[in-house]
Design a protein around this ligand. Structure first.
Ligand code: NDP
Length: 313
């Protein structure tokens, strides 16, 4: 098996991974990145990012990640495409296998920045209509629903952002919200309430989907107090926006994870339960999940790795 050796391996290519790459490169660690199955991470599927400092007019998510990448490459980050399929963190150098043994990386330190992935409700029908009406990415698939009717599930910032984006394409957008309020920021909520194409169904859950062969509608239940109303809505697209799960399955037996699967880091640092392995970004952050926070933690992880190498070389 072809083996690459590095002082610092970065797994994942979102804001945390690229920022770690910038700092580790400038510290002469000659870092290597395995970019994962979605280069650029979640921001690749985001429309406008308006809250990242330095972009007073806002910026498209993919453009921002191109900028991160170019900046990291300028300082010498080596990027390999591929997905980590096996890790051995029992001894240093750590061993990380990519694409089921296509090649291996031996690393003195590892920074895990694999992010998080969209969650689904868990209905069998979601799998049945995946790619035939069901999606977890409005910016990827919204185009297919021009002048149609769609639903977005969730009441957070992502759901509001996706509903607003879809309203620019579709004829009508239902938001299916399980509580009687939106969890999103006030600015995002206002955009939704101000948009005449968006209809918010509060206190509502989806119990099934129907259509043959493609999606034609959803079975929903609205419950207020003791009153329960079961009905169907006619939709062509069903977009999930109910949060994310950390991408940690490959690290399950290698480092400590919390009960939701997030990597546990030692207070005030990016250190994990294994000395020399660090974590940054959404993969270790069940609370903030912001690009700016992920980028900041990518910086901290690279500084932690640099200090670790100084003490342990
Ligand atoms: P959130 O966790 O903030 O919101 C998830 C939403 O999905 C909530 O309304 C939740 O309902 C609902 N939900 C969860 N599980 C289910 C279920 N099984 N059935 C129905 N509804 C469900 O996730 P987001 O992805 O929206 O946001 C994650 C983070 O990213 C947040 O910190 C957010 O602020 C940030 N973000 C910022 C953006 C920006 O500023 N441009 C854009 C997108 C995200 P309930 O409220 O009842 O729990």
């Amino acid at each position: 098996m072809n083996t690459i050796s590095t002082k610092c391996l970065i797994i994942g290519s979102g804001p945390a991974g690229y920022t770690a790459g910038i700092y580790a490169s400038r510290a002469n660690l000659n870092p290597v990145m395995i970019e994962g199955y979605q280069p650029g991470g979640q921001l690749i599927t985001t429309t406008d990012v308006e809250n990242f400092p330095g972009y007073p007019e806002g910026v498209k998510g993919p453009k921002m990640m191109d900028d991160f990448r170019a900046q990291a490459e300028r300082f010498g980050l080596t990027i390999h495409s591929g997905e980590v399929t096996k890790v051995d963190f029992t001894n240093r150098p750590f061993k990380v296998e990519v694409n089921d043994g296509a090649f291996e990386v031996e690393a003195e330190t590892v920074i895990i920045a694999t992010g998080a992935s969209a969650r689904y409700l868990g209905l069998d029908d979601e799998q049945k209509y995946l790619g035939m009406g069901v999606s977890a990415c409005a910016t990827c698939d919204g185009f297919f629903f021009r002048n149609k009717t769609v639903a977005v599930v969730g009441g957070g910032d992502t759901a509001c952002e996706e509903a607003t984006y879809l309203a620019g394409l579709a004829e009508k957008v239902f938001m299916i919200v399980r509580k009687d309020y939106l969890r999103a920021s006030k600015a995002m909520q206002q955009r939704v309430f101000d948009n005449p194409k968006i209809v918010v169904l509060f206190n509502t859950n989806t119990v099934g989907l129907f259509g043959d062969p493609v999606l034609e509608g959803a079975h929903v239940v609205t419950k207020v107090g003791e009153n329960e109303d079961k009905y169907d809505i006619a939709i062509d697209g069903f977009f999930l926006a109910i949060g994310h799960s950390p991408n940690t399955s490959v690290f399950k037996n290698a480092i400590e994870l919390d009960d939701q699967g997030y990597i546990v880091t030692k207070a005030g640092t990016c250190r994990t339960s294994v000395d020399g392995v660090f974590a940054a970004g959404d993969v270790a952050d069940p609370v903030y999940q912001q690009a700016i926070v992920a980028a900041g933690n990518g910086c901290r992880a690279a500084l932690d790795a640099e200090r670790f190498l100084l003490m342990n070389s």
